[in-house]
Design a protein around this ligand. Structure first.
Ligand code: CTP
Length: 405
């Protein structure tokens, strides 16, 4: 599983640094290629010789190595890695990572790296809980980096609480899990819809909604990161999507979204419809701006096609179809009805009653219901993290379906 994977480890100054040689050993035993960068203060806790011996590679600490007179390129090292793990990461380094400060070799490599980043904090309980540390962690999470959350336990200070670096065995499992996830959708075609639709009233006005498209875009990105080839049908959204494995089909109205989805659906193994589609549109679009006249203005609306329902009717064996339900009351009941009437495999229920969930926020909290009657609840978390968990669930469920077929 790890054979040939290039793993770069940045070690910063924390007592937990003494545990990293164990991790390096586990990784090398699984035939991963490991290179280590140490901050100067990390060397107070573990020696470069130990790490060089175990990793079978030179250990880096500076761009210019005075002993050999050679230059270590931070750009090359950053591009070499399939994964950059920073462990242990001290409060000081967290703050610098969050703010783009580049005053040591780990930090310059971090700024040059394009691969995914995992980080495992280690520090005293009060430092970990401090608002500034938590803000810095959230900043890294928003960038899409993965937190290897510290455990609770006895700390070097003698205090007890959260702050102990995740144990090397567990970090090792997280790394294996990371690479497993990365290939989970290799060879799969995925169709995702995201964003609102705008239904024109006249050349300057439309009927729309507050959807930002964020949740669907995160889902598309999570699938693409996991190896899928993704087609994203995207309503008007301010978010730019740039991913080599995502092809974007920009649309404005529900009818345009319908046309794009029905054309793409047959080639898709998995379809996730997260767009907030306008249910109605004006019967006629005025070709000139409607002028202000009487006290009231009545708009005559007609129903838009239900795209998801149509795809449910067209679904073939082996295709997996996921819808979203946005509800404000009787949430579970309404979501189950949509699951049935639209012939879905799974529905993701969003309740606007939950604080932090729904439109425009960076976080979300959802419940997934499957046609087999299972229910999966996901706590409030970043949309990025939630997207990863949703695709992981889809991976498990589609894997089981194939096994049962
Ligand atoms: N949907 C769709 N086409 C529509 C309306 C909705 O494809 N014309 C999809 C959405 O993308 C979502 C699911 O159907 O995946 C449920 O959308 P939602 O707005 O919650 O429900 P509606 O079916 O529109 O019903 P209601 O507005 O009455 O709750």
């Amino acid at each position: 599983m790890l054979k040939g994977k290039k793993i770069l480890i940045g070690i910063t100054g924390s007592i937990a640094a003494y545990k990293i040689p164990l991790l390096v050993r586990l990784l090398v035993k699984e035939q991963a290629e490991v290179k280590v960068i140490m901050s100067e203060s990390a060397k107070d806790f573990v020696t470069p010789l130990t790490l060089a011996t175990l990793s079978k590679n030179p250990v880096y600490s500076q761009a210019f190595d005075r002993t050999t007179g050679s230059w270590n390129s931070h750009v090359e090292l950053g591009l070499w890695a399939d994964l950059f793990l920073i462990a242990p990461v001290s409060a000081n380094t967290l703050a610098k990572l969050a703010n783009g400060i580049a005053d040591n070799f780990i930090l310059t490599v971090y700024l040059s790296t394009r691969c995914p980043v995992l980080f495992a904090p280690a520090m005293d309980f009060d430092m970990y809980k401090h608002e500034s540390t938590q803000t810095n962690i959230n900043c890294l999470l928003k960038r899409g980096h993965q937190l290897l959350a510290p455990a609770s336990g006895e700390l070097a200070s003698g205090l007890c609480g959260e702050g102990r670096m995740m144990e090397p065995d567990n970090i090792f499992n997280e790394i294996k899990h990371f690479f497993r996830r990365q290939n989970a959708f290799n060879g799969k075609s995925v169709l995702v819809t995201a964003g609102p639709t705008y239904e024109a009233i006249d050349p300057v006005r439309f009927i729309g909604n507050h959807s930002s498209g964020k949740m669907g875009i995160e889902i598309a990105q999570a699938f693409a990161d996991a190896g899928a080839s993704v087609k994203l049908v995207l309503g008007p959204s301010a978010i730019r999507v740039e991913h080599p494995s995502i092809e974007v089909f920009p649309v404005i109205s529900a009818q345009e979204m319908y046309d794009a989805c029905t054309a793409l659906f047959s080639g898709s193994d998995i379809t996730v419809m997260s767009a907030a589609v306008a249910d109605y549109k004006p019967v006629e679009i005025a070709d000139r701006k409607i002028k202000k006249s009487g006290e009231n203005l009545n708009l005559n609306l007609v129903k838009n096609p239900d795209i998801l329902k149509k795809l449910g009717e067209q679904k073939q064996a082996g295709q997996y179809l996921v819808g979203f339900a946005l509800e404000t009351d009787n949430e579970l009941k309404h979501a189950k009805q949509k699951l049935d009437t639209k012939q879905l495999d799974m529905i993701v229920l969003n309740s606007l009653a939950d604080p932090g969930a729904g439109f425009g926020t960076n976080t979300n909290k959802v419940t997934c219901l499957t046609k087999e009657g299972q229910q999966f609840d996901f706590e409030l978390q970043s949309k990025k993290e939630l997207a990863r968990k949703l695709i992981q669930l889809i991976h498990e469920l589609t894997g089981k379906n194939q096994a049962n077929a």
